[in-house]
Write a protein that binds this ligand. Structure first.
Ligand code: NOJ
Ligand code: NOJ
Length: 632
């Protein structure tokens, strides 16, 4: 009996139509379970939709064509893992083994040489956005490096570490987690001020989402380091990153991307800034905290500008005739042309999460302050709002007022409740939009069509599912308990563009012996998308295995001198055979040089294991045939 009705219930769950007949609350309950399962389906080695994915690696989507998202992205994975760590904190202990698999996988992935660079000596490979699902490097042309990845991964691992510490597992944190975190934080401290590609992998410059996560990662790393007695030299860059973060404000909203390398003209209105605020959310932080929380006036102003950009029936026909007080379907940025530009589930759901976060912060503080910056946002919720208003949460509303001042305090507290209720209703109306366009089986793609509302682009997108779960948790009033931004912080009066040289060491490997640094330089004329690697007979040169070869950089490449180079830490005194290899852009066979090169690595002095400049440089010229683009 029981099992029959239970399976009937399950069947109902799977076939439920998310029509408007289902309440938002019922929809959220049903979809939350489907979304969490959807995430597990996309994680190796046992995920049902992730064949071939290594243990602990998260695929972006099972879609292998149009688009092919069958890769593991550092950003998507870290955001997904943050959701899983939250689930662990909320008491779902069954997720822990998956988190541990992720930890082991990332320790290894950090060391994989790739087109962004190698791991040693300076961490460049950590900026690589995506890898093949078996953990090997991806050689195709791509918008790289993307510098948010290491910060997001560090935050995920730090949130897990804090949970472990609370359970008394300091040893595991110090020995297993910290070495991985330390590499990522070294990267952030070294490159936070260098340009890179934004989270949408399109523009190269400085990106708000990236900088905001850089700041958070440096702060939470220094807090963790203090708890476990470790040094975090790179963490000192936090104040500089925080100062830089403020500079994205243009007087009306946070410009998503600045310092652009290739001058693409855009408004800078972008989900980037809303997603950043969600990422740094701390329910106990003040609304004026310079980490720029969801309830910060400037975050609220940016949110309104962003949402209003999509209240445009020409841009998104499905948003026609929706009142200004109601949620609309939201995309990445108004100028988006990817798949002709459409709304995204994770962004529409993200808007709801942003509002639930702000509401939680107002309630935590017991007040809401309106200023001229946030006024337009508040007017949508409460038309008579004025700059300078402060609404305070009632503590005495059920008692009898005895004086006029208590009566007016009561009025202000009613207003507090009015605004909170309006903001919550507004948040729910974004969920209702997602509900309307979620298909009956609960699958969440990347996008839904701006005219028909039909799911579009990659199906079962892990990030769409993860964002649903975090939104549902915030809606239910569940926040990560660990508070990080509740201290008073001063933004430096003058911003300093500095960098701290990182210390990188393979986590979990423990390499001994002393090394000498060799700079390999080769002149090789290449076409756009083609890469050069170095491979040789020793382990530091990949033992003739291309998957472990060293990637060369084209940073010094000019038409008159087509230079490729890489600096490699090599075992002192060894004799090596090596060759350069061309990696083609569309999976054509790699092209090896037709010469056998040899080299004697200089002996090293073990007392100065960390020499900073190369002790030997080669001056090679490509010998062998050249490649041509596969035009894929
Ligand atoms: C793939 C990227 O992942 C996506 O963000 C981008 O919009 C398209 N390429 C087009 O550049
Ligand atoms: C394209 C998105 O723009 C990017 O943010 C994401 O990392 C990849 N797709 C994979 O989901």
């Amino acid at each position: 009996m029981i099992s029959t009705s239970f399976s009937a219930l399950l069947a109902g769950l799977v076939t439920a139509r998310y029509a408007s007949a289902t309440s938002v609350s019922d929809f959220v309950t049903q979809e939350q379970a489907i979304a969490l399962q959807g995430v597990f389906n996309n994680i190796g080695a046992n995920g049902s939709l992730a064949p071939g994915a290594a243990s602990g690696l998260v695929i972006a989507s099972p879609s292998t064509a149009n688009p092919n998202y069958y890769y593991t992205w550092t950003r998507d994975s870290a955001l997904t893992l943050r959701m899983l760590v939250d689930e662990l904190i909320f008491g779902n202990s069954s997720v822990q083994s998956t988190i541990d698999d992720y930890v082991s996988a990332q320790a290894l992935l950090q060391t994989v040489s790739n087109p962004s660079g190698s791991f040693l000596p300076s961490g460049l490979g950590l900026g690589e956005p995506k890898f093949n699902v078996n953990g090997t490097r991806f050689d195709g042309a791509w918008g790289r490096p993307q510098r948010d990845g290491p910060a997001l991964r560090a935050i995920a691992l730090i949130e897990y570490s804090n949970w472990l510490l609370a359970k008394g597992q300091k040893d595991k944190v110090s020995k297993t987690l910290w070495p991985i975190i330390s590499n990522d934080i070294s990267y952030v401290g070294q490159y936070w001020n260098s340009t890179g590609f934004d989270l949408w992998e399109e523009v190269s410059g400085s990106s708000f989402f990236t900088t905001q996560n850089h700041y958070k990662s440096l702060v939470v790393a220094s807090q963790l380091a203090a708890k476990i007695g470790q040094n975090c030299t790179s963490c000192a860059e936090a104040a500089n990153a925080l100062c830089f973060l403020q500079t994205y404000w243009n007087g009306k909203y946070f410009t998503a991307n600045i310092n652009l390398n290739n001058n693409k003209q855009r408004s800078g209105i972008d989900a980037n800034t809303m997603l950043g605020a969600i990422s740094v959310f701390d329910v106990a932080a003040s609304c004026t905290h310079p980490s720029l929380q969801p309830c910060h006036s400037r975050s609220l102003a940016s949110f309104k500008v962003f949402v209003d950009a999509f209240r445009n029936a020409t841009l998104y026909p499905i948003n026609a005739n929706i009142a200004a007080s109601k949620g609309v379907a939201l995309g990445r940025y108004p100028e988006d042309i990817y798949y002709n530009g459409n709304p995204w589930y994770l962004i529409t759901q993200g808007a709801a999460e942003f509002l639930y976060d702000a509401v939680a912060q107002w309630k935590h503080q017991g007040s809401i302050s309106v200023d001229s910056t946030s006024l337009a946002f508040f007017k949508d919720l409460y038309p008579s709002a004025k700059a300078g208003d402060k609404y305070t949460q009632s503590k005495t509303s059920h008692k009898k007022e005895r004086s006029m001042s208590q009566v007016s305090a009561r009025a202000a507290s009613d207003t507090f409740q009015t605004v909170v209720t309006a903001a919550t209703t507004y948040a729910d109306s974004f969920v209702a939009v997602a509900q309307k366009y979620t298909p009956s089986n609960g699958s969440l793609s990347e996008q839904f069509h701006k005219v028909s509302g039909k799911p579009l682009s990659a199906y079962d997108l892990t990030w769409s599912f993860a964002s649903f779960v975090t939104m549902a948790r915030r809606r239910a009033g569940h926040y990560p308990a660990y508070s990080w931004a509740n201290e008073t912080v001063n933004v430096p009066a003058v911003c300093t563009a500095s960098s701290t040289k990182g210390v990188y060491a393979a986590a979990g490997a423990g390499s001994g012996g002393c090394t000498s640094s060799v700079l390999f330089v080769v002149n090789a004329t290449t076409y756009y998308g083609e890469n050069i690697y170095l491979v040789g007979n020793t382990t530091d040169l990949g033992a003739w295995d291309l998957a472990s070869a060293q990637p060369l950089s084209a940073n010094n490449y000019t038409s008159t001198r087509p230079e490729w180079f890489v600096e490699v830490q090599m075992t002192g005194g060894e004799y090596v055979k090596y060759a350069y290899v061309r990696e083609e852009n569309c999976g054509q066979a790699s092209i090896y040089e037709t010469v056998n090169r040899t080299l004697h690595v200089p002996a090293c002095d073990s007392s100065s294991a960390s020499s900073t400049s190369a002790q030997l440089a080669t001056n090679d010229k490509w010998t062998g045939s050249v490649g041509s683009s596969g035009s894929c």
